[in-house]
Design a protein around this ligand. Sequence first.
Ligand code: G6P
Length: 613
Amino acid sequence: MCGIVGFAGYQQAAPVLLEGLEKLEYRGYDSAGIAVSGVNGDGEPSIEIVKAKGRLKVLREMTDDGRSVPGCCGIGHTRWATHGEPSVVNSHPHYAKNKRVAVVHNGIIENYQTLREKLIREGYSFVSSTDTETAAHLLDKYYEKDPIEAISRLMFHIRGSYALGILFLDRPGEIYAVRKDSPLIVGRSEQGNFIASDVPAILKYTRDVCFLPNLEIVRLSADAIRFYNVDREEIQERFTQIDWDTEAAEKGGFAHFMLKEIYEQPKAVRDTVNPRIRDGHVVLEELGWDDAELAKIRRLQMAACGSAYHVCMTARYMIEQTARIPVDVDLASEFRYRDPLLEKDTLVVVISQSGETADSLAALREAKSRGLKTLAIVNVVGSSIAREADSVFYTWAGPEISVATTKAYSTQLAAVYLLAIALGRARGLVDAEKEAAMTQELLRLPDKIERILEEKERIQWFANKFSHSKDIFFIGRGLDYASSLEGSLKLKEISYIHSEAYAAGELKHGTISLIEDGILVVGVATQNALFEKLVSNMVEVKSRGAYVLGVTSYGNYSMEDVANYTIYVPRTMECFAASLVVVPLQLLAYYVALGKGLDVDKPRNLAKSVTVE
Ligand code: G6P
């Protein structure tokens, strides 16, 4: 996820772009850049590009708050790295030769590798490792006289998601933009016209905006805005008035970043999964290991902290079932000191959203010091764990602002599924038919998550009844136990209600003594073979006075015979069920905390990234 802004108007563009980017830093903050079209010393049109690694203030200092870059038309970008580490060369804008075209991009061009190789064969040279530079060269290639034609040709060749802001050298004073599955708005005002990834970037100047529909192109100058469809026909678009305040706008109208990020999960999972599935096969080129290499792995050792540890717990069930390979799971803080017995041919997998968690980094270093092969599943590109691991699997969740993780968790689960399928195939346990079925279902998960989100009111209503609980328990078996651990952690992190999760079979060994009248017990049951057993455990707690909430898949209606209230999620392959049940559990935690009037995004005593031991 990155932030884009563009301005064509009657005043200097660079200061306006920097102001806009400041409001978009929540979308990315590892580097930033601007491109402004103007005239050089010889009176020729030119595009001046300034880029800087790090927070926006570095770019501000370099450009004297924009004053040193003259010109009234430009585009800007604040980056959250996906392809290529955070660096000046990888930051946007990117340009084609002679700076004939300059481009800023938000999204992921899935087929960039193939396009890049083709362009190199045609004589184009690349300076960055980004997918975006491909778009800049393609535009240069297709641009003859008509920018709209070049853009529509580009759209036929790139796959994935994109919002692009474009300057053409011989079109000074004009900005072109297009989008597919990544947001882009167009704003108009007396001072000039704008494009932006999100409303806050331009709210200081205008509330008169158009949410650009998918697959549409816009051309704007200081005094005109024109919209085109992919067939290059001019069309009319409607503008609406924004009546939110700036703070609400930064959260896209959501009350909290946590809720916004819960809603971003379908896209985050899509961005993580789609580029790694081709023709029914999982493609993990980025790891640098082929199937023969994967087949040599005899054991997996996983280590992580917090929610990422729960992903490891899910992975154990999933990978052992799919690839029949033993998986050991440790809390990173334990792993680093327990002097583990690790045999060669063990792959050590460290999972971390931030890539900076001190214990997870130490676990990785411990594994490396023993000469073992390491794999990091990380969200932040270029983070310490990503740099130090032998191979990296990036989850493309975009920046996560809320302390309690939601969308990063969902993408980590997706990463683990892809790894499990690849391992199973390499070991001859997942044949082409099974792989096709599993990948097809993976591609459907985002839509199923969307369906759960559509029913959030039921969860909200239920949560309100329990926001004054003292204790809440979660029970599950197998994969559902791992999901219960995550549901319980989410709840205690943000609602400060005491909560524990138990493997349901353990209840009788102590915990059941804690059950009192009216206490809420959440039973998670998505695994057919364990369904009856879990239901029996729910009967046991209910008969001791518990109020029972069942979370299960559509079709398992016998849950209602025991549960006081039931939440259903769409059916999926059982091995992927964790991705669906976690959503109502996140919403439950969110609405319970909201009901208590707590600061959901910044819970007390917790930090987003724990870089100390
Ligand atoms: C903190 C966060 C959790 C996160 C954990 C591990 O406790 O609040 O949401 O799961 O750190 O962080 P990582 O960045 O390594 O995934």
